[in-house]
Design a binder for this molecule. Sequence first.
Ligand code: DGY
Length: 330
Amino acid sequence: MPNNKAQVLVARRIFPDIVERLRAHCEVDLHDANEPLPQAELIRRLQGKQGLFASGTERIDATLLDACPDLRAVCLMTVGYNNVDLDACSVRGVLVSNAPDVLTETTADFGFALMMAAARRISESEHYLRRGDWKQWRVDLFAGADVHGATLGILGMGRIGQAIARRGALGFGMPVIYHNRSRLPAEQEAPLAARWVEKDELLRQSDHLVIVLPYTPASHHMVAARELALMKPTATLTNIARGGVVDDAALAEALAAGRIAAAGLDVFEGEPTVHPALLQCANVVLTPHIASASVPTRRAMCNLAVDNLIAFFGGGVPPTALNLPLKPRP
Ligand code: DGY
């Protein structure tokens, strides 16, 4: 009997039981490693494959699509899809799906934690203690900024931005201001008393600025030297969006010069490489792109990518497709 199951490449190591779930529906080729496939190898492994389970690291562009004529569906386990040329996929009739919603609360928890760690100097003081530098208690020892009651500024008020705003407004009594291309409807602003402001106003007024914008050509270096100069010297900046939204070199300079008080960064330009000047700054908390990394959430993200693959190849509607309706791939 001919095997007419779709051939799918899983481009990185994921939870084995979730691979097995996919195997019940598709022929799976698993790249069972944490290192991403080099582009030429990714293209080679995609020959004769109709589906790709991908993350935020595989580059899906016109060159890859033209070199992989059988490819019909690219299903990401991430919500961000700046590594995928969506237009190039759409014109070639290739489905793209991402993984929204399932990571919203987990990522917001982490963004809030990073902001608190920066404000209250948690990493900096832990390093001091581990180095054996703690000789006596002092009134001003690692005295930082308050979080409760301080003004929370959010750049990018999508699902994750709103979840952070809820934590700030309802849990910590923080006045919330935000900047986004479009204002939230009044009924969404009201429970948080959230106020839309111009970007420069957001930078000037925020005590704690959290950046949660998607990375696009328009958001490249949206926070650079000019913007950092507008911020309060007591302010913190937290980036859980994508490297490239913040100019990391300019941020390192601002941190070193005390132009802002502290930063919390989970994403970096050119990650996993981190700008060397940031590594020299004591007043920045650095984490390796783990904002969505709770076990249940990473499982939910993988399962959602698999749901999309199973639905697409089973003739159903992929639950979180980004480019439906799809024209047939020539
Ligand atoms: C996402 O889902 O976009 C997270 O940043 C993990 O890459």
